[in-house]
Design a binder for this molecule. Structure first.
Ligand code: GTP
Ligand code: SPV
Ligand code: MN
Length: 601
């Protein structure tokens, strides 16, 4: 047991889980560098962690080929009344789900160590922070939690004798028989994987997967699914958003929060290198943001995490030079390819493909191989402190006051580069009607990558809202009522529009700063815009496009509203909203009607 733990509730919970899961031993994590190193050394010895010669203190892990991303079809929000989980969540009653999972947990840690990880989301002791305790039998999860959250004795101290914590139970679901040799990436078969949330008890139970959001329970499970429920109750917002601070050449500062679905550009925008001369960008967070109205009446945001779990493929010196610097050392890589000289490689890394490599499945690979060398959802885990553009005040307990909220998604057609909401209520409609093509960040119920398909993904929260999303929309309207004239301005972007040749029309990445500048100028009343059916939009002359490689024809497409396509889109939006029945807010219906009127459909 932890020498310091005075919290009886925690001690009792750990004892109860030990009795259920029957591990070989129990270890309380103290969060020290030594502990991290010892666990790494142990995993290297077991052959699961591969030290990288080319990157100091960095390691490569390869997951089981069936355990490569979040599994939405096996993710549950379990409330007594199904209506509270809403049509946006998979639901099983708490009694049934707990029965099924208790049977799975029974003896599931045999032959393994059970780690107890006390962690804090948000600065320890901050009124915005939440304490979690993850129990896991995965040392890989422990080292990742070390990077992604604040782990250890300090948390136990802050918890004291009767502090509240969120219990997060995790097992890879692969008990070992006496003498049985372990596999490199233990996990349970697909039909036994469950990522379950019991918001009425602030409880998380995850079984069977060791990957990303399925296993690092402080992230999507606690900081979004459970936190979103708490946030609604307490009057704040828990969002799937990046956080960025921009400084104009004149020294004016703007704080931006942006919600894009998984693998749709948050990490990249959070680390943007502006191509606009004189503009500076600083990174605060790349995935999750908690926002609260403070006494100044403004919406303030913190990043509750402490590291990045970012998509590797596509990260290159030209797309994200900041990340490339950040990943030079002290990084965990998962499912990247391994080169002969002891480095990692992935597709679109901006470096020539190695003549030979070991692919993410551990097989020999050459550029002639049919399959990709890295999995498309290969990831890096790295502390924010290593980010060259880290904002020095990123973990201030009061957070930063938000000026601009951006929604968006990945749409090859239809959606223009940028449009601005007429007001907060219209902005809530934009968020609620957001859509995106699905990406490699999700696998289907058979463990396969999903073919990209357009789906509604409101506020980029479809897989992460822990309650009925109709009520979530209403909560956003009510936040606007409280914010009044101090509400941030709301925009919608799409960096992923394609031309007929299938190529992106907009250069994206650093050049997205041109769109950000337009937003900042809109906030200050300095930039022009025309009123369109879907919102305020820049004309080409309103954007600073000096030196950008985009043809006038492409710009025309990027900055126009395709009424025919939008008329079709409206039908899909309406059908989606109808699913929420009694929970569908009147104000959203009003927005939908108004848009129909403007489009004359
Ligand atoms: P999660 O960590 O899953 O939540 O993803 P994310 O939203 O942080 O996405 P990320 O920034 O990692 O980007 C995912 C993919 O989109 C990468 O392959 C990027 O190279 C690509 N991408 C990001 N920004 C742009 C852009 O502006 N234009 C284009 N064409 N691709 C982009
Ligand atoms: C996402 O899927 O949005 C991620 C990766 O950020 S995971 O942590 O696996 O959820
Ligand atoms: Mn994410």
């Amino acid at each position: 047991m932890s020498v310091n733990c005075q919290n009886n509730k925690l001690i009792r919970w750990v004892e109860e889980i030990e009795a259920l899961c029957k591990p070989e031993k129990v270890y309380w994590c103290n969060g020290s560098a030594r502990e991290y190193q010892d666990l790494m050394a142990q995993m290297v010895k077991a052959g699961t962690g591969i030290p990288l010669e080319k990157r100091k203190e960095s390691f490569l892990f390869r997951s089981d080929p069936t355990d490569v991303a979040r599994i939405e079809s096996h993710t549950y929000v379990s409330t007594r009344n199904q209506e509270n989980a809403g049509p946006n969540n998979n639901w099983i009653s708490p009694d049934e789900l707990k029965k099924t999972m208790s049977d799975l947990y029974d003896g599931c840690m045999a032959g393994r160590t059970m780690y107890v990880i006390p962690f804090s989301m948000g600065p320890i002791g901050s009124p915005l922070a939440k304490t979690g305790v993850q129990i896991t039998d995965s040392p890989y999860a422990v080292v990742n939690m070390h990077i992604m959250t604040r782990v250890g004795d300090r948390v136990i101290e802050a918890l004291g004798a009767d502090g509240e914590f969120y219990p997060c139970l995790h097992s890879v679901g692969a008990p070992l028989k006496p003498g049985e040799e372990d596999v490199k990436w233990p996990c349970a078969p697909m039909e036994k994987k469950y990522i379950s949330h019991f918001p009425e008890e602030n409880l998380i139970w995850s079984f069977g997967s060791g990957y990303g959001g399925n296993a690092l329970l402080g992230k999507k499970c606690l900081s979004l699914r459970i936190a979103s429920v708490v946030a609604r109750r307490e009057g704040w917002l828990a969002e799937h958003m990046l956080l960025l601070r921009l400084t104009s050449p004149e020294g004016r500062q703007y704080h931006v929060a942006g919600a894009f679905p998984s693998a749709c550009g948050k990490t990249n925008l959070a680390m943007i290198t502006p191509t606009m001369p004189g503009w500076k960008a600083e990174t605060i967070g790349d995935d999750i943001c908690w926002m609260k109205i403070l006494p100044d009446g403004r919406l303030h945001a913190i990043n509750p995490e402490m590291g990045f779990f970012g998509v590797a493929p596509g990260t290159s010196v030209s797309t994200n030079p900041v990340a490339m610097k950040m990943l030079q050392s002290r990084t965990i890589f998962t499912n990247c390819a391994l080169t002969d000289d002891g480095d990692v490689w992935w597709e679109e890394m901006g470096l020539p493909a190695p003549a030979r490599a070991i692919d993410w499945k551990g097989r020999d690979w050459t550029p002639e191989s049919k399959e990709a060398a890295a999995h498309p959802n290969a990831r890096f885990t790295v502390p924010i402190s290593q980010c060259p553009t880290e904002f020095s005040g990123w973990d201030h307990p009061d957070g930063v006051p938000i000026d601009i909220i951006i929604f968006g998604g990945r749409r090859g057609e239809m959606m223009p580069l940028v449009h601005e909401a007429f007001d907060w209520e219209h902005g809530v409609f934009m968020g609620a009607s957001a859509s995106s093509e699905t990406t490699a960040a999700i696998i289907d119920r058979n463990g396969n990558l999903m073919p990209p398909q357009v789906r509604r993904d409101p506020f980029a929260m479809l897989p992460f809202c822990g309650y009925n999303m109709g009520d979530y929309f209403q909560h956003w309207f009510e936040m606007g009522d409280r914010l009044g004239s101090k509400a941030p301005r709301i925009f919608y972007v799409n960096w992923f529009r394609k031309g007929e040749d299938g190529r992106f029309l907009w250069p994206g990445f650093g050049d997205n700063s041109r769109v950000l500048k337009w937003m900042c100028d809109r906030v200050d009343g300095k930039a022009g815009a025309r009123e369109s059916a879907i919102g305020m939009m820049p004309e080409a002359k309103d954007l600073d496009l000096s030196g950008v490689k985009v043809s006038p024809e492409a710009l025309e497409v990027l900055l126009s509203v395709d009424s025919a396509a939008w008329s079709e889109e409206i039908k899909d939006i309406e059908a989606f909203f109808m699913k929420f029945g009694d929970h569908y807010p009147e104000r959203l219906e009003k927005q939908l009607k108004a848009l129909k009127g403007r489009l004359s459909v």
